[in-house]
Design a protein around this ligand. Structure first.
Ligand SMILES: Cc1ncc(COP(=O)(O)O)c(C=O)c1O
Length: 398
């Protein structure tokens, strides 16, 4: 199936060779997001805007179903092609990538699949999202200790705190690549080094990072990277991925298994053998439409270039932070680029929820998180969006 992308006029089948002029034109990129005609949207960390290429991808998918009935329509071959595309864009071998529903599913596969015993512990922090907290806390009922490192007033956790919390009984350290609240980017390689010394696995919640940071996921040092798709990847909710490095795959026994989890489709086979690659984490028929959308967006991201996307996100967040400094508004997000990404959290010194409501009246959309105002950008934002927010914050009514 070849998809015409309304973003650029190029076909997604040829996205990797998209004309430079198109792939470098941010106005053309922005024009693919109709919601930006109505709002200053600075809330990607809640959910990314849906581009028109998703509408096209969904229509094309439906046309495929209408016109190619039976096996040819949304086949498992298409899922394998999608896996290869998503893996290439985000930097991992396709065999290490399972196409799953969301971050929660990935974390649960890990939490339930590692056979973590009473007396063992799992380390996370108070700055993790619910969906990287509850899957682990759920284990505590069975006698597993869940060590939650407290955060400082700005939601930050020094690497030293992890060093203190991890010991020989630690099975997993689970951490967001970019924290959803204060936007801090974790030093995953440093954390992995500490964890590995104790034989613990490192699981990364990548949902706020994958698609905006120009780093291969298989070079992070993590054993597992999970990311629901509906934020920085421009996928749909319900279509995400689970990356597991080679050395960890066979240590994880999936809690669910069905047709696609095994080496054989033969129901009568004498001995069941789980797939030795990431297929073992998949089971029944997947979210074919969501996977198709995720693949399409991954191709667009690759055509535009993660390097360029990261540079743009950096430029826009730099501009926001500089503007907040001028206004005397305290920034909670760490300053160095390697310690942050697309999220900027600010302390207005008054109730954040009121400010978010007032900004919404001016059609500026962002979030209150942990009692603070959170702005988050993607490559579809521009300088006017940032300046619009800064102008509104400058005026007395916000
Ligand atoms: C850091 C983080 N993890 C996970 C999620 C969501 O989890 P899931 O993909 O399971 O819906 C969010 C936001 O919704 C998030 O910000």
């Amino acid at each position: 199936m070849t998809l015409a992308s309304p973003l650029t006029g190029f076909s997604t089948a040829e996205a990797s060779s998209a004309p430079q002029a198109i792939a470098t034109d941010w106005d053309a990129f922005r024009a693919a997001f109709p919601t930006l005609e109505r709002f200053v949207y600075l809330d990607t960390a809640r959910k990314a805007l849906v581009p028109r290429w998703v509408e096209t991808a969904m229509s094309e998918w439906l046309r495929d179903v209408y016109e190619n009935a039976g096996e040819a329509a949304f086949s498992m071959d298409a899922v394998e092609d999608a896996r290869a595309d998503i893996a290439e864009t985000f930097g991992a071998p396709a065999a290490n990538l399972a196409l799953i529903k969301n971050t929660s599913e990935g974390m649960n596969i890990l939490a339930k699949g590692l056979d973590i015993a009473p007396g063992d512990n799992v380390v996370l922090s108070a700055s993790e999202h619910e969906n990287n907290t509850f899957p682990w806390r759920y284990l505590a009922d069975g006698g597993v200790e869940v060590r939650i490192i407290p955060a400082d007033r700005d939601g930050r956790i020094a690497i030293e705190r992890y060093r203190e919390a991890i010991d020989g009984k630690t099975r997993v350290v689970s951490v967001a690549w970019v924290a959803y609240g204060n936007g801090a980017r974790s030093d995953i390689p440093a954390l992995a080094e500490i964890a590995r010394r104790h034989g613990a696995l490192v699981a990364v919640d990548g949902i706020q990072a994958v698609g905006t940071i120009n780093q291969r996921i298989d070079s992070l040092g993590a054993d597992v990277v999970v990311a629901g798709g509906h934020k920085t990847q421009f996928s749909l909710a319900g279509a995400g991925f689970l990356y597991v490095r080679d050395s960890a795959i066979e240590r994880i026994v999936p809690p669910y298994a069905a047709k696609f989890s095994f080496t054989s489709l033969d129901r009568t086979v004498a001995e069941l053998a789980l797939a030795r690659d990431a297929h073992r984490f998949e089971y029944g028929n997947p979210n074919f439409l969501g996977i198709h959308v995720q693949r399409t967006s991954a191709r667009v991201i690759r055509a535009v270039g993660l390097e360029r996307i990261e540079a743009r996100v950096r430029l826009l967040t730099d501009r926001l932070i500089a503007g907040l400094d001028k206004l005397g508004i305290r920034v909670r997000t760490p300053r160095p680029w390697l310690e942050r990404a697309g999220i900027v959290s600010m302390d207005l010194g008054r109730p954040a929820a009121d400010a978010v409501r007032q900004l919404a009246q001016r059609k500026i959309v962002l979030s209150e998180k942990d009692g603070f105002v959170r702005a988050s950008v993607h490559a579809y934002n521009n300088e006017d969006d940032i300046d619009g927010l800064l102008d509104a914050l400058r005026s007395a009514s916000v």
